[in-house]
Design a protein around this ligand. Structure first.
Ligand code: SAM
Ligand code: SF4
Length: 462
């Protein structure tokens, strides 16, 4: 696995001046967080963000390896960047440095350097705090491996204490890695073993965000509810304990967390949903399949009924909670009967929103050699059927909000003049006219109607 690879053509940074940084993020919220932190470590070197890669002195592709399509997109983007880099050089402009970061970098670093010579740096997810240093290195032998196998805590320790924020919501990574080894998934191989940040560091970062106007924090982790960070009192803190401490931070009104594994949903965390006003009534709890046979092949270590029972206990603690999930269709050997079990589970649970994916074989994972692939047309038909059912449930959940008054945290301007867009406690997008002066605030909104992807309402606050 690759941690950092550098080519010799990297230019040393000159004295801090405004230099343009373009970061393209693929994949999950954890990558969004990582991209923000990369911008934070590069800011002291004079890097300011640009939206146009053609203008950028430094381009970073922060990549995702979870499905084949996601990884292939990176190579096609690199082809375009190579042309931009050559055009800049031909025009005599400052050279463009190109880096590939994230999980594709971790899994295929050497392959990237071989396939696309325009790439100057390859940086794995645990090494991006080294970006400033890497930019100062010149005359390095191409492909040299440096700083291998960083532990996650080195990265977090090296981050600037103050983060750049963009609006009233922020992501905060508290946990990384995965020990679950679902048979289809690359995460345990690209992100390494489960590791949790110390609670005091998380609390300090949260307070810093709140000082800058953040009202809602989403705690992130590949298995966030397996959080077991060192507490300031010397005890190991669970996610429930961390949420209770965060709920005490003045000014922090909303706490969310994602993504969770059903087996790490402790009684304490379930109870916290009934007790903490700041813990939002929304839970992303992937199940992947409704067939016990497929769940066993997936090495999920939970069954269909235990998941349904778990949802029941969570709803007892917080009856209005919105449940979300992830599903994979077309896992090797999945029969019509298995797929019917998935549709049945969706009907039993009732989802407010969900993500569904076609199974994508990932090299090195046990499922990739399980054989008996589901024919592509069958898998696609199943995906469409599942998505139609999930969309029906999502639309029904949104429509059911009509006439209710929901607290909305306004995040940004909408497309219409003076329109603002915010989020309900259930993570629904809410559009309100004449509300752009309310951005950054939580205001009661009467919902006029709900549709497939959003709600429309009128604000009742000042
Ligand atoms: N840790 C989380 C969990 O256990 O649910 C999710 C991590 S993964 C980044 C997000 C989702 O990608 C998974 O829940 C799964 O549905 C999907 N996924 C992972 N590997 C996949 C594969 N090989 N093919 C299709 N979808 C996949
Ligand atoms: Fe992947 Fe399973 Fe770990 Fe989620 S729990 S990151 S799906 S191995």
């Amino acid at each position: 696995m690759t941690d950092i690879l550098v080519s010799p053509e990297v230019d040393p940074p000159s004295a801090p001046a405004v230099r343009r940084l373009f970061i393209k993020t693929y994949g999950c919220q954890m990558n969004v967080y990582d991209s923000e932190r990369m911008a934070d470590v590069l800011r002291p070197l004079g890097f300011a963000s640009t939206d146009t890669p053609e203008m950028a002195d430094f381009v970073i592709l922060n990549t995702c390896h979870i499905r084949e399509k996601a990884a292939e997109k990176v190579y096609s983007e690199l082809g375009k960047l190579r042309l931009m880099k050559e055009a800049r050089a031909a025009a005599g402009a400052d050279p463009m440095t190109i880096a590939v970061a994230g999980c594709v970098a971790q899994a295929e670093g050497e392959e990237i350097m071989r396939r696309q010579p325009a790439v100057d740096l390859v940086v794995g997810p645990q090494a991006y705090h080294q970006l400033p240093e890497l930019l100062t290195r010149t005359a390095r032998a191409r492909g040299e491996r440096i700083g291998a196998d960083f532990a996650p805590n080195e990265k977090f320790d090296a981050m600037p204490a103050v983060r750049g924020v963009d609006g009233p919501t922020a992501f905060l990574t508290v946990q990384e890695g995965c020990d679950k080894f679902c048979s289809f998934c690359v995460v345990p191989y690209t992100r390494g073993a489960e590791w949790s940040r110390p609670a005091a560091d998380v609390l300090a970062e949260a307070r810093g965000l709140v000082d800058q106007g953040v009202r809602e924090i989403t705690l992130l982790g590949q298995n966030v509810n397996a959080y077991d960070g060192a507490g300031p009192d010397g005890a190991v803190w669970t996610l429930a304990r961390l949420a209770r401490a965060l709920a005490e931070v003045p000014g922090l009104s909303r706490i969310r967390y994602t993504t969770s594994h059903p087996n790490d949903m402790s009684d304490d965390l379930i109870a916290a949903h009934g007790e903490l006003e700041a813990l939002m009534p929304y839970l992303h709890l992937p199940v992947q399949s409704g067939s016990d046979r497929i769940l066993r092949l997936m090495n999920r270590k939970h069954g269909r009924q235990s998941y349904v029972d778990l949802i029941g206990r969570i709803r007892q603690a917080r009856p209005d909670i919105a449940i979300s999930g992830d599903f994979i269709v077309g896992f090797p050997g999945e029969t019509d009967r298995d797929f019917e079990d998935t549709l049945g589970l969706v009907r039993d649970v009732g989802y407010a929103s969900a993500f569904s994916f076609l199974y994508s074989p990932r090299p090195g994972t046990p499922a990739s050699t399980m054989g008996a692939p589901v024919p592509a047309d069958v898998a696609l038909a199943r995906l469409h059927a599942l998505q139609a059912l999930l969309l029906e449930q999502q639309t029904a959940f949104n429509r059911a909000q009509t006439g209710r008054t929901l607290d909305v945290l306004f995040e940004k301007k909408g497309r219409h003049e003076a329109q603002a867009i915010g989020r309900s406690p259930y993570l629904q997008s809410v559009h309100v006219e004449d509300a752009d002066h309310l951005i950054g605030r939580i205001v009661p909104v009467r919902i006029e109607y709900g549709q497939q992807n959003s709600l429309k309402g009128v604000q009742l606050g000042a």
